[in-house]
Design a protein around this ligand. Structure first.
Ligand SMILES: Cc1cc2nc3c(=O)[nH]c(=O)nc-3n(C[C@H](O)[C@H](O)[C@H](O)COP(=O)(O)OP(=O)(O)OC[C@H]3O[C@@H](n4cnc5c(N)ncnc54)[C@H](O)[C@@H]3O)c2cc1C
Length: 362
């Protein structure tokens, strides 16, 4: 137990980010209330491919955060028996050059592997490339189950969880937030954490602090298929897939537009054909579910994490890739909120950057 006893923290949003914050804050002894407008993981977390993807694009300002993501999940696994992560490793090719290997100084098990090594890892690949990046330490999780596990952990530490409870506004005095106004009444708070995904902008607008977060669509597909087709996680221009032991194949695809031929069901059929073109032995691949998920995407692509400027008592957590970062951000943000211990890994993520001269819309 930490030194947060008595600090009343309201976390808005029970996706994987809010769930991790609630757990880490409760573990530090804070008096946590998690408020969710609908059900647990009913936002984009419910349609996430959920790859713990540590490989940064070139010159990634959050490379340090990504680099700490795996260790943060490994630590959570020891604390939460319900948290199940499949550490299968991930193979990437075609989309990422070997120049995207993590910068020196960042611990990583990512290597360039040869064609024969690729076939050892994925014997069903019909068209293996000459080389690929293999991140042996990476994995993926069921984002809905993980969110439930984090919330169960938070509740065991005394957190209160209110679902079907929407935050409608804030209770403020001068320029300090003193609580939230919800469909179930007012909840007093010393600190309010905004982890409401694409709902964050509506909330910050109420505080007259505008944050540039877009709702960025992507397509999530689940197929029923036979087991043992895919062993790692494969990310290539043709497909981004992984498989559960029961044979469920999961895929993520880019959103194109709203035309009939690009709706999720049509993309699911096209992607099934690509998977059959890429893998030997696909006997059946039946789409079970396909949908568009809206990712909270800051305008400059960098997470927005930290205290909101211009108003006291509000801490924001808006990010993509939110599943990858949920564990490490939950830990570091709870240290900032409860222990006032600023994290250098979070410096590139501060909300203030949008309010400084130089930001296009600032
Ligand atoms: C197809 C697809 C593939 C993806 N793949 C990956 C991946 O491989 N790796 C990765 O790291 N990320 C991936 N992502 C992104 C990842 O899913 C998100 O970054 C992450 O789930 C965001 O979680 P969140 O908790 O911030 O948001 P959400 O899950 O949207 O949670 C926000 C919650 O806040 C609630 N809320 C909103 N407004 C209010 C209000 N006023 N009052 C109360 N509650 C409110 C909502 O109901 C919602 O439940 C993918 C996304 C998609 C769509």
């Amino acid at each position: 137990m930490g030194n947060g006893q008595g600090k009343r923290v309201v976390v808005i949003g029970a996706g994987i980010v809010g769930a991790s914050l609630a757990y880490h804050l409760a573990a530090k002894g804070a008096n946590v209330t998690l408020v969710e407008a609908e059900g647990i993981a009913s936002g984009v977390t419910g349609s996430s491919f959920a790859w713990i993807n540590t490989l940064p694009p070139e010159s990634d300002p959050i490379a340090q955060l990504r680099g700490a993501a795996v260790e943060a999940y490994r630590r959570l696994e020891t604390q939460l028996p319900g948290l199940k992560i499949r550490w299968t490793g991930a193979l990437s090719y075609g989309v990422i050059s070997s120049g995207a290997l993590p910068a020196s100084g960042i611990q990583s098990s990512t290597n360039v592997v040869s064609r024969s090594q690729i076939l050892d890892l994925e014997p069903n690949l019909k068209n293996p490339p000459q080389s690929a990046l293999y991140a042996a330490e990476e994995g993926a999780l069921d984002a809905v189950a993980a969110t439930h596990a984090l919330i169960a952990g938070a509740e065991a530490l005394g957190a209160k969880v209110l679902t079907q409870t929407r935050v409608l506004g804030f209770v403020t005095q001068s320029v300090k937030v003193l609580g939230v106004d919800t469909t179930m009444g007012i909840i007093d708070a010393d600190i309010v954490v905004l982890a409401a995904g694409t709902g964050i902008t509506k909330l910050t607008d109420m505080l007259e602090v505008s944050l540039p977060i877009e709702a960025s669509p992507a397509i999530f597909i689940r197929y029923k298929s036979q087991p043992n087709l895919v062993h790692t996680l494969i990310s290539s221009p043709e497909m981004e897939v992984r498989q559960s032991p029961d044979g469920t194949l999961l895929a993520a695809e880019d959103y194109l537009d709203d035309a009939m031929e690009n709706r999720p069901a049509a993309i699911a059929l096209r992607t099934a054909k690509s998977i059959q073109n890429e893998l030997h032995g696909v006997v059946s691949i039946d789409p079970e579910w396909a949908c568009v998920g809206l990712r909270p995407m800051p305008a400059d692509g960098i997470p927005i994490i930290g205290y909101l400027p211009k108003v006291g008592g509000v801490y924001v957590c808006a990010m993509h890739p939110g599943v990858t970062l949920a564990a490490i951000v939950g830990r570091l943000a709870s240290e900032e909120i409860i222990d006032a211990k600023a994290s250098s890994a979070l410096y590139p993520c501060r909300p203030d950057r949008f309010f400084q001269a130089g930001w296009p819309e600032g």
